[in-house]
Design a protein around this ligand. Structure first.
Ligand code: GLP
Length: 241
């Protein structure tokens, strides 16, 4: 695993954007795995700047989101489909027809999970998967105890994750109980992993993922199994390394 410590969150965003831009330079029709949450927001902003000033063209890219809440009303602004459209598809000028998010509103969620795995496989797999990490070590919505071999499936969100994400909702009760998420096995299938983390609140999870034992209690430790994983953190997120 390659661990890159940068001085500030802006530096983290620049280094991670360089990795994504490098992949797309080699393959303009690359498949990009996108994460939601606050961690990659700076990376998207940096990529959007490069697109806006003509240094980067992402119009040929296909994108797959990691996860989606189950049961939010259609069009809810915190549904990851809406978040990805707002933070990623629009600013990065992706082709909306090539942006995929699991269908958390499907009547048959198991079928939706299988469809998502099939769509990923049909696209040829992910070239570079951007990841954040939860305070409890989750990646995507793979909460502690998630199997390293898991595929896209329904998961129950832990109380901690619901509390962490309550800031995006009008009230904590509004945070969904369930989600669809790519499994750890799905994520490990990407050809390159790129995890970003900023701030001291993530320091423990980063240390557990990078230096701790390989354990389902820290889903981020699955990165240790990947031959090409890069972790880019600022100094605050690196204090426990
Ligand atoms: C969220 C997302 C993850 C994200 C993580 C950390 O709930 N499902 O994909 O990486 O939790 O979120 P943040 O970056 O806001 O700290």
């Amino acid at each position: 695993m390659e661990v890159i410590v940068q001085a500030t969150p802006d530096d983290v965003a620049r280094v991670a954007a360089d990795v994504v831009a490098g992949v797309v330079a080699r393959r303009p029709d690359a498949v990009l795995g996108v994460a939601t949450g606050s961690s990659p927001v700076g990376v998207y902003a940096e990529l959007a700047r490069r697109v806006a000033d003509g240094r980067l063209d992402l119009s040929g890219v296909t994108a797959f989101a990691l996860d989606e809440y189950v049961g939010l009303p259609p069009g809810h602004p915190q549904a990851y489909a809406a978040v990805v459209a707002r933070d990623v598809t629009g600013p990065l000028r992706l082709d909306p027809a090539r942006v995929h998010v699991p269908d958390g509103g499907a009547a048959d969620l198991e079928a939706a999970a299988e469809d998502y795995e099939r769509a990923l496989a049909d696209a040829g797999g992910v070239d570079v998967q951007l990841l954040g990490i939860g305070g409890n070590g989750h990646i995507g919505f793979n909460e502690p105890t998630s199997s390293f071999g898991s595929r896209t499936r329904i998961k129950t969100l832990t109380a901690r994750t619901r509390a962490d994400n309550a800031r995006f909702f009008a009230s904590p009760d509004e945070v969904p109980l369930h989600c669809l998420t790519q499994g750890l096995g799905t994520i490990l299938g990407a050809r390159r992993l790129l995890l970003v983390a900023q701030g001291e609140a993530k320091a423990e999870a980063v240390a557990a993922a990078v230096e701790g034992p390989l354990t389902s209690m820290c889903p981020g430790s699955a990165l240790q199994l990947h031959p090409r994983a890069t972790v880019v953190v600022d100094e605050a997120a690196a204090v426990r390394l």
